[in-house]
Design a binder for this molecule. Structure first.
Ligand SMILES: NC(=O)c1ccc[n+]([C@@H]2O[C@H](COP(=O)([O-])OP(=O)(O)OC[C@H]3O[C@@H](n4cnc5c(N)ncnc54)[C@H](O)[C@@H]3O)[C@@H](O)[C@H]2O)c1
Length: 381
């Protein structure tokens, strides 16, 4: 059994606390670590770092973590800490990663890795040159719904996949009405703080599309800031300077056309907060976060257009839910386990900073497409 010191930076926030500290690192620690090829177990030993000692102390206490500090340099100087992880707000990511790489740490971080492609690529190169192992969170790939979709695809269920329609989003309260508080941090709606729907979500759509449907080759995007003013955590009004919705079409090198609507200003009447409808010549599927429903060609109903009568067909019938064949672990935890094995035993790990940079590239080109009102090529990188 071996312990590995991991610096968890910026984990007092939503993602850091829930997904990375509690549901990944502590869950891995509590299950007795990860199994390495030599039969030994690697146990993560976190130290929490951040700016606010009180917040860190509260978080540590709440979850039985013994080590925390506001002195990041001291944590970085300690060779026991082999991995640095960052879940702070996007704008701080690159400087933190640079410090960690300079200290010889392996680095892993939330997406997006930067708000500009050049910077995202640069930090990937800095890590590669330094010879440290590196990774970017690409959690959606391990969502149960997406893994079920992957199974259908691998078994040839779809025939030739034609198109994908992604619907993502929900209503994020503005903070304007008492009793309906905001449920996402306000920095997400200010571009000067690294916020914006495109930079947030097109990073995800990039790796989802590249890994499942084909490499993205072109993008057309229309962005909007539908709600110009929101209220922050202290109840103060602020101007929304970032896009809160994006309507995009992505072309791929396989010919599959993918269309994604992403919005914080929609009320949900669909199966989940993210759904993708995948249509193929032999079958279709609707994919949510955890569930997946499939309809084969053989049971596809035969609609006839007639608006003068109520539909004789229940369009929700004739879909079969793909059953849970296994226990699906938390998506972030699965990727953490892979990264730990990559660091400790050189196991392959595909989701590097360079892969993460591709997401930033797509976000940047989506914004350009919106600004210039035209299709943008996405060069292979
Ligand atoms: N993978 C996903 O699905 C997903 C989902 C949401 C957010 N994210 C990403 O995770 C990151 C955090 O988002 P969030 O929603 O948790 O935000 P958040 O505002 O809840 O948390 C941000 C964290 O950063 C910390 N922080 C801010 N400035 C800092 C500084 N100077 N030094 C150290 N810490 C600092 C805050 O104290 C807090 O702990 C963002 O980059 C976001 O894009 C990823």
């Amino acid at each position: 059994m071996k312990h590995i010191g991991i610096i968890l930076n910026g984990v007092t926030g939503r993602m850091g606390t829930n997904q990375h500290l509690v549901r990944s690192i502590l869950a891995i620690r509590d299950q007795g670590g990860v199994l390495l090829p030599d039969g030994s177990r690697l146990i993560p030993d976190p130290i929490l770092t951040g700016r606010n000692a009180n917040k860190l102390a509260d978080l540590a206490k709440a979850h039985g973590v013994t080590r925390f500090t506001t002195d990041l340099d001291a944590a970085l100087a300690d060779p026991y800490h082999e991995i640095f992880f960052d879940a702070s707000i996007t704008h701080h990511r690159i400087p933190f990663l640079e410090r960690a790489i300079a200290a010889g740490k392996h680095v892993y971080c939330e997406k997006p890795t930067a708000t500009e492609y050049a910077e995202a690529l640069r930090i990937a190169e800095v890590a590669e040159k330094a010879g440290v192992k590196n990774g970017t969170v690409q959690d959606k790939l391990w969502l149960p719904g997406i893994r079920k979709l992957q199974l259908l695809k691998e078994q040839g269920f779809f025939g030739k996949i034609l198109s994908v329609r992604g619907e993502f989003g929900y209503w994020v309260f503005t903070g304007e009405h008492e009793g309906q508080p905001i449920q996402r941090p306000s920095w997400n709606y200010r571009s000067e703080d690294g916020g914006g729907m495109i930079i947030d979500m097109h990073c995800h759509w990039r790796y989802v599309i590249d890994n499942l449907f084909g490499n993205v080759t072109r993008v057309f995007c229309k962005a909007a800031t539908h709600i110009p003013e929101r209220f922050d955590e202290s109840g103060k009004p602020y101007d929304c300077t970032a896009d809160d919705s994006a309507y995009a079409i992505f072309e791929t090198d396989t010919g599959v056309t993918c269309q994604f609507n992403s919005s914080w200003n929609v009320r949900v009447r669909r199966d989940d907060l993210l759904t993708m409808q995948v249509d193929g010549t032999e079958g279709s599927a609707i994919v949510g976060l955890r569930k997946c429903w499939a309809q084969h060609q053989s049971v596809t109903p035969r609609p006839v257009w007639n608006p003068d009568i109520d539909s004789p067909i229940d369009y929700y019938a004739n879909w079969t839910e793909v059953p849970d064949q296994l226990h699906f672990d938390n998506a972030f935890k699965i990727q953490w386990e892979m990264f730990l094995k990559h660091v400790a035993s050189d196991a392959p790990f595909k989701w590097t900073l360079r892969e993460g940079a591709k997401g930033v590239q797509l976000a940047e080109l989506s914004i350009k497409s919106h600004e210039q009102g035209r299709w943008m090529d996405v060069p292979a990188s």
